[in-house]
Write a protein that binds this ligand. Structure first.
Ligand SMILES: *Cc1c(COP(=O)(O)O)cnc(C)c1O
Length: 368
């Protein structure tokens, strides 16, 4: 047997199982929560780390897709995706504008420089979303300038009319923050003197928490992957189903004595005699290095606590009183049975970052 066929028989211990039916369930929840709106499924950043093409191919019920960059959109077209694709950052050069038109991408226009490119570039027709900055202060035109910009767009014959209008919410993850309704008011006020047919405001938090933000198109992202968009809440509270389950297994078990230190820097010192498990996952796989001692980990579906520093390839866990635990026993880091929101909290980050950060060393397995 040659070495190549030997390696292909080894199934990875460290894997991310992607539950596609859970993803479709979450999309249907987005639709049910705002039944009069069309859905633009946001699949930027490799579908929040889940695999852009696999997610696009399972979300047949989406009305459109959104990505951030031209290359992401072209990859979708080259894979045969024919639905509308919204380019959330739009184009930033004549070359990108030409590609956007060639691949029939709907471009968000948010800056004067893009308007000038449109005015100067001869080419084929392009569909646009005019983005209004209602308080995020990242991308978008000043609300006071929107009327003037829309008149300039009227004059450009490569622009498909009518243009659509959008804005993005900054604080919708906090259901008590008044800024969200201020943003909605600012948005509608900025377009009140313009003939507008289609609009979009809501991200996941808007869809699930703020009916006032529902418009002709909604833009769910994080909820599609089964993560709560709200602070102090987990997916199960909202009937969302986690899509990614990150798992590995034990590769060593050892008995340590009170006073012995674990891992780099000896940052954790055993408070008593302890049974410690070593798990084959680390920051080289995307497990967050900043996860604190006490971060929950499931060993044989029972909660244990991470102890000591996360290494590149391994973490250590306190196996506590678990009986009959053995090398190769299964370990879950997040997903089904262990809320990723909880892990994010323990690592001083957000679930979005954890999902996007799973590395290529991890084997992705798609299940339905
Ligand atoms: C990423 C993004 C979304 C999706 O946001 P979620 O919080 O993941 O639902 C929607 N709109 C824009 C403009 C985005 O950049």
């Amino acid at each position: 047997m040659n070495s190549e066929s030997t390696t292909t028989q080894i199934s990875a211990t460290t894997k991310a199982v992607i539950n596609l039916s859970a993803c479709r369930h979450n999309l249907l929840l987005a639709k049910k929560s705002s039944p009069d709106s069309n859905v633009i499924a946001v699949i930027k950043a490799n579908a929040y780390g889940h695999g852009m093409l696999e997610i696009a191919n399972t979300l047949n019920e989406a009305d459109a897709f959104a990505v951030a960059r031209v290359a992401e959109a072209i990859a979708l077209r080259q894979a045969g995706i024919t639905k509308a694709i919204v380019l959330l950052e739009g184009f930033s050069s004549e070359a990108e504008l030409k590609l956007a038109s060639e691949y029939q991408l709907e471009c968000v226009i948010h800056h004067e420089s893009q308007l000038q490119l449109l005015e100067q570039t001869k080419g084929n027709a392009i569909a646009l979303w005019l983005k209004v900055d209602t308080g995020m202060h990242r991308l978008g035109f000043n609300p006071d300038d929107v009327k003037n910009i829309s008149q300039r767009l009227e004059q450009i014959d490569t622009v498909n009319h009518p243009v659509k209008y959008m804005t993005h919410l900054a604080n919708a993850d906090d259901k008590h923050d008044k800024k969200t309704l201020n943003q909605v008011n600012t948005f509608y006020k900025s377009i009140e003197d313009i003939t507008v047919e289609e609009t979009s405001i809501a991200n996941s938090a808007g869809i699930l928490g703020w009916p006032q933000t529902h418009a002709s198109w909604n833009r769910p992202g994080i909820m599609l992957y089964g993560v709560s968009p709200f602070i102090n809440s987990v997916a199960a509270d909202l009937n969302l189903k986690p899509v990614m389950t990150l798992s590995s297994s034990l590769i060593s078990i050892k008995q340590l004595k009170k006073g012995e230190a674990i891992g780099y820097g000896g940052s954790y010192v055993c408070e008593k005699d302890m049974t410690i498990g070593v798990v084959a996952i680390g920051y080289g796989d995307g497990y967050p290095r900043h996860a604190k001692t006490g971060t929950p980990v499931l060993v044989n579906n029972k909660r244990c606590a991470l102890v000591g520093r996360v290494s590149m390839d391994m973490i250590c866990v306190d196996l506590g009183e678990q009986k009959n635990v053995q090398v190769n026993d299964p370990v879950t880091l997040w997903g089904e049975g262990l809320a990723i929101e909880e892990i994010a909290e323990c690592a001083d980050t957000i679930a979005y970052e954890l999902l996007c950060g799973v590395t290529r060393r991890v084997e992705f397995i798609y299940s339905d």
